[in-house]
Write a protein that binds this ligand. Structure first.
Ligand SMILES: [Zn+2]
Length: 75
């Protein structure tokens, strides 16, 4: 279930426009776009900076599900 959700979102771009929290701009290069990458261990997925490819944040299973639901609503 979690893997299916990840597969739907893998490589998707996420805007990093928040002032704080997981969606603030990249702390290495200031980039404002991240993409969904594979998670490690208990992490459902990760966000990586599109510009410098540094790890940005982990995404929980709930967060992935919320993103998938949002994507489904848009598509
Ligand atoms: Zn970066």
């Amino acid at each position: 279930m979690a893997q299916d959700t990840y597969a739907r979102l893998a490589g998707d771009k996420v805007e990093l426009s928040a002032v704080s929290g997981a969606f603030k701009p990249c702390r290495y290069c200031g980039g404002r776009t991240a993409y969904v990458a594979e998670g490690v261990n208990h992490h459902a997925a990760a966000l990586r900076c599109l510009s410098c490819d540094h790890h940005h944040a982990w995404l929980s299973r709930d967060h992935l599900a919320a993103m998938a639901a949002q994507k489904g609503a848009v598509a």
